[in-house]
Design a protein around this ligand. Structure first.
Ligand SMILES: Nc1nc2c(ncn2[C@@H]2O[C@H](COP(=O)(O)OP(=O)(O)OP(=O)(O)O)[C@@H](O)[C@H]2O)c(=O)[nH]1
Ligand SMILES: [Mg+2]
Length: 265
């Protein structure tokens, strides 16, 4: 009796979208198999860094459409950095023609009607926002917290197309600090360690430096250190624990949050 229950529990687990990573990959493979088109969403600011390496291998290029989202966060005049052909958009666009062009691009990947398109991408990349924008209604839950979409949600766009919203995915081996920079994981309590990684990255990048200087109205010198940058932020915003003691933890939380809106990842 016990044995049967255990094997039933295992079977249930394998078909669930929660559970340990291995089961998740099994259910993802099944969803990919059932999809007519797979739309891989990447970040316009870091196309290469937010590509999912397994898609080409599992799906093949005929059924795959790569969409670079968050184009509105690119610095003015900057182009999406990539060698690949891809569709560039901002999920926040209000231009109906842009949405229509994306829907057409998705449908052009298959002859099946109604077609089923599965959206895949890193957490927080804007999959649910894009679905809401394309459907013109609030069908999928959206938030700046990575991991908002927990399961699978089928959303009917029109007679021709159903879109499947799926939880964010990323390579299991990817380092946590790299995921923090991409906004793909949430940081609680331990912001400070990541804040230094982010500060170093900002200091090293001319684009990010300029953006930070404008955002916080401060001046970053060539010899500014990551610690120094957090101090500058706290000074500028007048974050003090008490008189004369800067609140570095507050600056750390802010730099982690601000990075999600950075013009470059
Ligand atoms: N500026 C800008 N922000 C965007 C865009 N698309 C999404 N966002 C923001 O990015 C955050 C994450 O958006 P979601 O749509 O929840 O992302 P998701 O990929 O569904 O995330 P998970 O469900 O956690 O995997 C939200 O704060 C959105 O408002 C975009 O094109 N431009
Ligand atoms: Mg989502």
């Amino acid at each position: 009796m016990r044995k049967i229950n255990a094997s039933r529990a295992r079977a249930r687990k394998a078909s669930s979208h929660h559970g340990p990573p291995r089961d998740r990959w099994v259910s993802l493979r099944k969803l990919i198999h059932e999809a007519d088109v797979v739309v891989e969403i990447v970040d316009s600011r870091d196309v290469e860094g937010t590509r999912l390496r397994f898609t080409e291998k599992w799906i093949g290029s005929a059924r795959l459409l790569i969409v670079a989202n968050k184009a509105d966060l690119l610095p003015e005049g900057a182009k999406v950095r990539t060698a690949d052909r891809l569709f560039v958009i901002s999920a926040k666009t209000a231009v109906p023609e842009e949405k229509k062009a994306l829907l057409d691009a998705i449908l052009s990947r298959t002859r099946k009607r109604p077609a089923r398109a599965l959206l895949l991408g890193y957490p927080n990349i804007g999959k649910s926002t894009l679905i809401n924008s394309l459907s013109g209604r609030h069908a999928a839950r959206v938030s700046p917290i990575a991991g908002t979409t927990k399961d699978v949600q089928w959303i009917r766009m029109n007679d021709e197309l159903t879109i499947v919203d799926y939880r964010g995915v990323f390579p299991e081996k990817e380092e946590r600090h790299s995921l923090v920079l991409k906004g793909a994981v949430n940081v609680h309590g331990d912001e400070e360690a990541y804040a230094y990684v982010i500060a170093a990255k900002i200091i090293a990048s001319p684009v990010l430096r300029k953006w930070m200087e404008k955002e916080y109205d401060l001046k970053i010198a060539d010899d500014t250190t990551p610690d120094g940058l957090l101090e500058l932020m706290a000074e500028r915003r007048k974050w003090y624990l008490k008189k004369g003691v800067l609140n570095i933890a507050e600056a750390a939380r802010n730099i982690v949050r601000a990075m999600k809106q950075a013009p470059e990842l």
